[in-house]
Write a protein that binds this ligand. Structure first.
Ligand code: SF4
Length: 56
């Protein structure tokens, strides 16, 4: 299951460089590509607003 970015995202960009599979894309809020996310959790650990959660 891919991680997802919630509305808590403040678009700071902290998560993007830590993703080993370059699954995170920029936007008003950032998005994770569920097809390439390997569920490592690296992004969730660095997010300052706790906006990244495991998907269901
Ligand atoms: Fe990338 Fe890992 Fe976050 Fe998935 S869980 S988007 S692979 S950093």
């Amino acid at each position: 299951m891919a991680y997802v970015i919630t509305d808590n995202c403040v678009a700071c960009g902290t998560c993007m460089p830590v993703c080993p599979t370059e699954s995170i894309s920029e936007g008003d809020i950032y998005k994770i590509n569920p097809d390439t996310c390997i569920d490592c959790g690296s992004c969730a650990e660095v997010c300052p607003s706790e906006a990244i959660i495991p998907g269901e």
